[in-house]
Design a protein around this ligand. Structure first.
Ligand code: C2E
Ligand code: MG
Ligand code: MG
Ligand code: MG
Length: 282
């Protein structure tokens, strides 16, 4: 087929486009073998309660070790999704994360929350729930220690499916957070129907809120929405004390970002204090 269309292809694709298609093919091939060999790592970033300074838990973030070079999710997760390899890698993430959380029981207790990012492809797949409940049973982990992060786009791709899925996750006892909240097609109508535990305010709003009154308005509106609907709100990408102070003043409960800690490997994360100094004072 490719050969038969060879001449046509030559006509329609510039050498530049061929080069790009070729690079993509190689990347896809590399990702396939990486998936087979499980050449991935999870790194962790702490989340801290702003009222008490207590550690809430960690978000697990995926890294690809490509021949010793660390590749960030933005550079390979989209291709994993296109090729559906994300289903397998996502399952690896769940297994690895759940095991890590289990291993941390003696250090952090059973209140620690581990947040895992779930791609739209995984969320729509039938195997997610089965995999999850099996892993939880195998590792003997309290389901409430797990939080799945999905985006607004993920929830909006099929509303009926999302409703059913969220209901089943609730029955399972797993928490659900909306990631990058405010950047998707938010609709207050669907938030009413979905039972969501946590809203994560996208870091773009946080990084702009002290210079842009509009971004500040978005952040305080999300905080109020969370209060009124009984959801926790996490500020993502908090980098400065001034941002932290503003968030405390506006009633934000939890923060995550470079101010507290960059993403770190499991060993460093294990040494993170259960009680920090980040709490509101006075
Ligand atoms: P996200 O879930 O919104 O993750 C937050 C991103 O912000 C992370 O980037 C994190 O390293 C970065 N970050 C943390 N603190 C700060 C800060 O103070 N300032 C700024 N500017 N950035 C901060 P990362 O690790 O590159 O991940 C990017 C995205 O890739 C994630 O966004 C998530 O959507 C996706 N991702 C990560 N891990 C997984 C995974 O296991 N599965 C899936 N499907 N997607 C993942
Ligand atoms: Mg996330
Ligand atoms: Mg986010
Ligand atoms: Mg993001």
């Amino acid at each position: 087929e490719a050969k038969r269309n060879g001449r046509q292809q030559f006509r329609f694709f510039s050498p530049e486009m061929n080069k790009r298609a070729h690079a993509r093919l190689i990347m896809e091939e590399n990702l396939r073998s990486a998936t087979e060999r499980e050449d991935f790592r999870l790194v962790y970033q702490p989340q801290v309660y702003l009222d008490s300074g207590k550690l809430r838990g960690f978000e697990a973030l995926l890294r690809w070790d490509r021949q010793g070079e660390e590749i960030l999710p933005g550079d390979f997760v989209p291709l994993l999704e296109e090729t559906r390899l994300i289903n397998r890698v996502g399952q690896w993430v769940m297994r690895k994360g759940i095991r890590q959380c289990h291993d941390w029981k003696s250090l952090f207790g059973e209140e620690l929350i581990l947040s895992l990012n779930v791609s739209p492809v995984q969320f729509i797949s039938d195997s997610l729930l089965n995999n999850l409940s099996q892993l939880l049973r195998e590792q003997d982990l309290k389901p409430g220690q797990l939080e799945l992060e999905v985006t607004e786009g993920t929830l909006m791709q099929d509303l009926d499916h999302s409703c059913a899925m969220l209901e089943k996750l609730r029955q399972l006892g797993v928490r659900v957070a909306i990631d990058d909240f405010g950047t998707g097609y938010s609709s207050l109508a669907y938030l009413r129907h979905f039972e969501i535990d946590t809203l994560k305010i996208d870091h773009l709003f946080i990084s702009n809120m002290l210079v842009s009154p509009r971004d500040a308005a978005v952040v305080s509106t999300i905080l109020e929405l969370g209060r009124n609907l009984g959801m926790e709100v996490i500020a993502e990408g908090v980098e400065s004390m001034a941002q932290r102070d503003w968030l405390i003043e506006h009633g934000c409960q939890i923060m995550q970002g470079y101010l507290v800690s960059p993403v770190v490997g499991p060993e460093l994360a294990g040494g993170f204090p259960r009680q920090t100094d980040w709490a509101a004072k006075g």
